[in-house]
Design a protein around this ligand. Structure first.
Ligand SMILES: [Fe+2]
Length: 251
């Protein structure tokens, strides 16, 4: 083969390689465009899913609030007790660094804790004097009734623990199951502090509301008996000013 022929052969090979490279580059560009489209589709789907989840949560929350209002409408003294307790509870849970503050179901549980009271007759619920043992037994049945009412509502998830166990005490002397210590679900242990805080700082027919500072002294005194000491430690880091702000906002 002459030098001229060899040169021509090399040129042809280079031209072939250049054509191949151009084709590959074009294919890569097409693939890149396709990937970009997939990414955009995914982003759009994710956005839609997030909007749907948000809407679903909003519907759940409206349903739960409607139920909680129906429970509270009977009792003029407690007013917006459930909403205040839910806000105090979330504040204490967050102070404890508990993941439950990220679980929306827990708030549902705080709001619906007394759902079972619908089954307690007015004559007992609003009796001005002390309750007889039989009447007390009916009142103390409300966590059981409540947990039966919400048993099959799956979206309530862990909220059902609060409804069942919100009257348990750390030392095991609560009801309805006589659980003690960490047998009591954490959400219910947090709730117990928030519930007592609201009861003490609200006017009742038989006594005036305490200040938040006074309520704190009474609650901290019951650490280890009524309340979980760790939850109390978390509560102690929440400023009274913050709790007073919640109270002012909710009313
Ligand atoms: Fe209750």
């Amino acid at each position: 083969m002459t030098t001229v022929e060899q040169t021509q052969q090399l040129r042809d090979r280079i031209a072939e390689l250049e054509a191949e490279l151009a084709e590959r580059t074009h294919e890569a560009a097409l693939k890149e465009q396709q990937l970009e489209r997939y990414a955009a589709d995914l982003r759009e789907t994710f956005k839609e899913e997030r909007a749907r989840a948000h809407e679903l949560h909003r519907s759940y929350m409206l349903t739960v609030r409607a139920l909680a209002s129906a429970v509270e409408a009977r009792d003029a003294y407690t007013g917006r007790h459930a909403e205040r307790v839910a806000a105090y509870g979330l504040q204490i849970a967050a102070a404890a660094g508990m993941s439950l503050s990220d679980e929306p179901q827990i708030e549902f549980g705080f709001l619906l804790h007394d759902a079972g009271k619908v089954a307690v007759p007015d004559a007992i619920l609003f009796k001005p004097g002390p309750l007889t043992p039989a009447e007390r037994a009916i009142v103390e049945q409300h966590p059981v009734t409540g947990s039966e009412i919400v048993r099959d509502i799956d979206f309530l998830g862990a909220a059902r623990d609060v409804i069942r166990s919100h009257h348990e005490r750390w030392d095991g002397t609560g009801y309805p199951d006589g659980l003690s210590g960490t047998e009591i679900p954490l959400s219910a242990r947090v709730f117990a502090v928030a519930d007592t805080l609201d009861a003490l700082t609200t006017n009742r027919p038989y006594r005036r509301a305490s200040t938040f500072a006074k309520a704190r002294v009474m609650i901290v005194r019951d650490s280890g008996s009524h309340f979980d000491p760790e939850v109390i430690a978390a509560y102690e880091t929440v400023e009274d000013a913050e709790l007073e702000r919640i109270r002012r906002e909710i009313g």
